[in-house]
Write a protein that binds this ligand. Structure first.
Ligand code: MSP
Length: 448
């Protein structure tokens, strides 16, 4: 029986080091995972690396090493970033691990045996950075609309998954469970995409061999995307530990940016339906971190490494800034100016100042022991503000409106600072007769 809140990041392509776009997703998931743990839930928070496909093969060729050597070099540099960012993932899956590769082979063998996979041929424009065949509307002058790189004409005999057969079941899923794809704008996109008709999906490649061999025809390797999607199941014990899998699956949230929503909201549930496995509860796509109006990406040389910002602002400020700044679900830009401005006003002058004032007062007036709240006036305005903040924070977190949760915290800090200025406890504390009761009493200063 499922007893665990399960949240995932995409597994990232390790053809290069991470940038703050990758960190944006991972920090957001970490914040959600930590919140559910705080609420006393059992949590499984997964991240990892996508290690097969042409992307990775070409990166290793560029470096003149074997893919495995490249991976041994690059994967630790991702893990180091997550450690520094205090990411509390419970597991880290690599798609070259045995616990992943074997269940992937079994999964596709089953689909093949039951007739969901057939041999056909395909010709299309392929983007190696997306690892995806592109449709006409996704191509600009022969280049990928996301990465701006030249598309490659690929013509191959491949095995296909009968994706088209799942159209009606997918539409029923979106209809019966509107929360399955969120936010709403993405849900609408996915629904109209599927309504427009689905083509069967090429799920093997033969032009290179850096992948998991298809067990029924080992000249073929399994297409990197369908291999990768299965990480969410294999890391939870699919194919290796059925008891564990039952306690974790289905995933509560698969989080990602919007460019890969179709893989998660169309192909992935169809694969699971084919294998008679429950589909995840929600697929949530946030927006892009933009540079000059375009998605930040290493391919376009616009990636900023998280350490560049952490070295300057520290980890907590880094984590706070991105969630506070960008409405979660929409595109947003990072700028040094806005980060420095929030750092100064909200963290240094807001939270920092509040903490230092309160700690200084507790230290000088109450021998560094937090006093019991006064009973004399019942609950004051600050307590009410704290309760309202907690409610707003909670609903923001549960609806994945993470910017709302961050704003609730910031506003509470402001309110508390305003309160201190109005009540001026440093004056009250000097009068021994009023010290206990009046600290915290709204408007007490008026009577001074
Ligand atoms: N390997 C696939 C995912 C497989 S999941 C089964 C992949 N990898 S990726 O390295 O390209 O990572 C894409 C993800 O990184 C995005 O969906 C998002 O989570 C994050 N981001 C990468 N660049 C980003 C921005 N510029 N802005 C926001 N998020 C970004 O796709």
């Amino acid at each position: 029986m499922k007893d665990t809140f399960y949240i995932t990041t995409p597994i990232y392509y390790v053809n290069d080091v991470p940038h703050i776009g990758h960190a944006y997703t991972t920090v957001a998931c970490d914040v959600v995972a930590r919140y559910h743990r705080l609420k006393g839930e059992r949590v499984f928070f997964l991240t990892g690396t996508d290690e097969h496909g042409e992307n990775i093969l070409r990166a290793s060729e560029r470096e003149g090493v074997m893919p495995t050597q490249w991976l041994d070099r690059i994967v630790p540099s991702w893990q180091e970033v997550w450690e520094r960012l205090m990411i509390s993932n419970d597991d880290f899956i690599r798609t070259t691990e045995e616990r992943h590769e074997r269940p992937v082979q079994e999964f596709f063998q089953t689909l093949y045996d039951q007739g969901d996979v057939y041999l056909g041929s395909y010709e299309g424009q392929y983007c190696v950075s997306c690892e995806e065949f592109k449709q006409a509307g996704e191509v600009i002058d022969g280049t990928c609309a996301i990465h701006g790189i030249e598309l490659e004409l690929v013509r191959e005999d491949n095995y296909f998954f009968r994706l088209s057969a799942y159209r009606d079941r997918l539409l029923a899923l979106y209809d019966e469970r509107p929360e399955f794809v969120q936010p709403e704008v993405r849900r609408n996109e996915v629904v109209s995409f599927v309504k427009g008709g689905l083509q069967d999906l090429s799920i093997t490649r033969t032009s290179f061999d850096w992948g998991i061999p298809a067990p029924w025809d080992p000249k073929h390797v399994i297409y990197v995307w369908v291999d990768a999607l299965l990480n969410y199941a294999t890391a939870a014990g699919y194919g290796t530990d059925p008891g564990r899998f039952a306690s974790i699956w289905p995933a509560d949230v698969h989080m990602m940016a919007k460019e890969i929503i179709r893989f998660h909201a169309v192909i992935w549930p169809a694969m699971l339906m084919a294998a008679d496995v429950d589909v995840p509860r929600q697929v949530f796509a946030h927006g892009y971190l933009l540079v000059g109006g375009e998605k930040m990406s290493k391919t376009k040389l616009t990636g900023i490494h998280p350490f560049q910002l952490i070295d300057h602002f520290g980890v907590d400020a880094y984590r706070y800034y991105f969630l506070r700044e960008i409405p979660f679900g929409q595109d947003g830009s990072f700028s040094w100016e806005s980060m420095a401005a929030r750092y100064t006003s909200e963290l240094a002058n807001g939270l920092g100042n509040l903490a230092s004032r309160v700690l200084a007062m507790v230290s000088s007036y109450f021998d560094a022991v937090v006093p019991e709240p006064s009973e004399r006036y019942g609950r004051g305005r600050l307590a009410d503000a704290a309760v309202a903040m907690a409610k707003r924070f909670d609903s923001g977190m549960l609806a994945l409106e993470l910017h709302e949760a961050a704003a609730a915290l910031d506003e509470f800090v402001r309110e508390t600072n305003r309160y201190l200025v109005e009540v001026s406890p440093w004056t009250l504390a000097k009068d021994p007769s009023r010290r206990q009761g009046d600290v915290g009493r709204p408007g007490a200063r008026d009577e001074d």
